[in-house]
Design a protein around this ligand. Structure first.
Ligand code: E4P
Length: 217
């Protein structure tokens, strides 16, 4: 399972990339705003900086909601760097744009997916990734992980080319459960990936080894 980090923060991206566990990056307009990136040219420069840092797929989201606008913005993003994947929302115009991008060899990630039906539409339109939002479903008392399982099952039934990119990940259990279900990718906040390191027995065991080593030093 590939690990993408869900952030626009260059320090967080650099730190994970240096660990050697990072396969890509996803961003969205909220994450860009969180790090204070505004204005089209600054946004484009920021995507370029991420692409130059990480060897992997970088999702860059369109802001337009109409077909023509999505096509215009998506082309501009795709022309920035070979690793850009154009992130398009799950709407009628979005599906039309995904289809048009795929015919031109431009890779896409269909975002804001909350049902298996939406995932199927995106796959049929030619999306390279679908992004079902686990945490946001959990937030409304719906089992987000069950959606991942269902989409993985349906895509496997038909040997579909589209990858399941589990998004809106909130904690390490989400990550591990997605891996057990066979999701192709998880995109997580850096803090969730960091928590995978932790176990009290690891800390206790290391302290004990060092203490014992000191006795015979
Ligand atoms: C990434 O592609 C999504 O935009 C992101 O995972 C959404 O996460 P959130 O629900 O924590 O905002």
């Amino acid at each position: 399972m590939k690990f993408f980090v869900d952030t626009a923060n260059l320090d967080e991206i650099r730190e994970l990339n240096d660990l050697g566990v990072l396969d890509g990056v996803t961003t969205n307009p909220s994450l860009m705003a969180k790090v204070g990136i505004t204005g089209r040219q600054n946004v484009l420069n920021h995507y370029l900086a991420i692409c130059e840092m990480v060897e992997g797929d970088i999702s860059a989201e369109v802001i337009a909601t109409d077909f023509e606008g999505m096509m215009r913005e998506g082309m501009e993003l795709a022309n920035l760097h070979d690793n850009i994947v154009v992130k398009v929302p799950m709407t009628r115009d979005g599906i039309k744009a995904i289809n048009a991008f795929s015919e031109q060899g431009i890779r896409t990630n269909c975002t804001l997916v909350f049902t298996v039906g939406q995932a199927l539409l995106a796959a049929k339109a030619g999306a390279d990734y679908v992004s079902p939002f686990v945490g946001r479903l959990d937030d409304v008392s719906t089992n987000g992980l069950a959606l991942i399982q269902d989409i993985v099952t349906v895509f496997n039934n038909y040997d579909m080319f589209t990858e399941v990119l589990a998004a809106s990940i909130r904690h390490p259990v989400h990550i591990v459960e997605c891996a057990k279900m066979g999701a192709d990718v998880v995109t997580c906040p850096a803090s969730s990936i960091d928590k995978l390191f932790n176990h009290p027995l690891t800390d206790i065991g290391l302290a004990q080894f060092l203490a014992d080593y000191k006795k015979v030093e």
